[in-house]
Design a protein around this ligand. Structure first.
Ligand code: SF4
Ligand code: SF4
Ligand code: FES
Length: 257
C-alpha cells in the first residue's frame, strides 16, 4: 500500500513569450500510475491553486500519449523528457506523504504559453539538411538495391527520431549565440546519406554541414545521446558526419566534387 496521499505540482506560468513569469502550485490526490499529463488533466477539471484561488488551466501539448509524437516534451523536475510517460512515482520528489513535481517548458524554443513551445525550428532544420529521399514522379522504380545489413540497422536506429527536441534542449552548444543546427538534424542527415537514393544529395547535405551551422558547432559534450528517449545513436552519427564532412572538404579542395 502506498503511503503517499498527494501530488503537488509547481508549474511555471507565462501567458505569452514576453508576458511576466509566475509560478503556481496545485495539489491533487495521489493515484498510482498517474503520469504528468493525467495530473495536468486532473488540474484542468477545476483549476485552483493550493490556496484555493481559481486560475486559468495550465496550457500544455500532447497527442499520442505513448511517447511517439514528442509534443508533450517538457522539463520535469529539471529533466527533459516526455510528460506522457513520466509516472509521478518515478519522477516525483518524495516529501512526507507528498510527491512534488516541478514543470517547466523547454528553454531552447520560443515559448507559446505555459508549457507549450514552438518546435518549428526542428522541422526547419530538417529542411536545411534536405531530410528526404528525392523521387521524381510516381512511376515504378523497380527493386531497390540491396543494402548492407549493418547500414540497415544503423538507418533503423536513426529513423526512430521523433523530432521531440530533448537533445536540442540538453546540448550546451545550442544557444542564442551559436548557429549550430543541433544533433537531431545531423543524425537525420546521416540517415538520408545512407539511403541508396537519398545518397544522391549527400554532397548538398555535407556542404551545409560544413557551414557555420554545421558539425563544427558540436563541442562533443555528449549530453544529447544521454537524454534521447529513442536511443538514437547521436554521437555515432556526429562522429560519422565529422569524418564525411572532412573528406568532402578535402575532395572539394582538390576539385573532385
Ligand atoms: S534524436 Fe532523440 S532526443 Fe533528439 S529529437 Fe530525435 S528522438 Fe528527440
Ligand atoms: S555531442 Fe554535445 S555538443 Fe555535440 S550535439 Fe551532442 S550535446 Fe551537443
Ligand atoms: S503525447 Fe506524444 S510523446 Fe507524449
Amino acid at each position: 500500500m502506498s503511503t503517499f496521499t498527494k501530488i503537488r505540482l509547481r508549474i511555471r506560468r507565462q501567458a505569452a513569450k514576453d508576458a511576466p513569469v509566475t509560478w503556481e502550485t496545485f495539489e491533487i490526490p495521489f493515484r498510482e500510475k498517474l503520469n504528468v499529463i493525467s495530473a495536468l488533466m486532473e488540474i484542468r477539471k477545476d483549476p485552483r491553486t493550493v490556496d484555493g484561488k481559481p486560475t486559468k488551466p495550465p496550457a500544455w501539448e500532447a497527442a499520442c500519449l505513448e511517447e511517439v509524437c514528442g509534443s508533450c516534451t517538457m522539463n520535469v523536475n529539471g529533466m527533459i523528457r516526455q510528460a506522457c510517460t513520466a509516472l509521478i512515482e518515478d519522477v516525483g520528489q518524495p516529501n512526507g506523504d507528498v510527491f512534488e513535481v516541478t514543470l517547466e517548458p523547454m528553454t531552447k524554443f520560443p515559448l507559446v504559453r505555459d508549457l507549450i513551445v514552438d518546435r518549428s525550428k526542428m522541422f526547419e532544420n530538417l529542411k536545411k539538411i534536405k531530410g528526404w529521399v528525392p523521387i521524381d514522379g510516381s512511376y515504378d522504380l523497380g527493386m531497390a538495391p540491396p543494402q548492407d545489413d549493418q547500414i540497415r540497422q544503423m538507418r533503423y536506429a536513426l529513423s526512430r527520431c521523433m523530432t521531440c527536441g530533448c537533445c536540442q534542449e540538453a546540448c550546451p552548444q545550442v544557444n542564442d549565440k551559436s548557429e549550430f543546427v543541433g544533433p537531431a538534424a545531423v543524425a537525420q542527415a546521416l540517415l538520408f546519406n545512407l539511403h541508396p537514393i537519398g545518397k544522391t544529395m549527400e554532397n548538398e547535405r555535407l556542404e551545409y554541414l560544413s557551414s557555420e551551422e554545421g558539425i563544427t558547432g558540436c563541442g562533443n559534450a555528449q549530453n544529447c545521446v544521454k537524454v534521447c528517449p529513442k536511443g538514437v545513436p547521436l554521437t555515432q552519427a556526429i562522429a560519422q558526419i565529422n569524418r564525411d564532412t572532412t573528406m568532402y572538404r578535402l575532395k572539394k579542395w582538390v576539385g573532385l566534387v
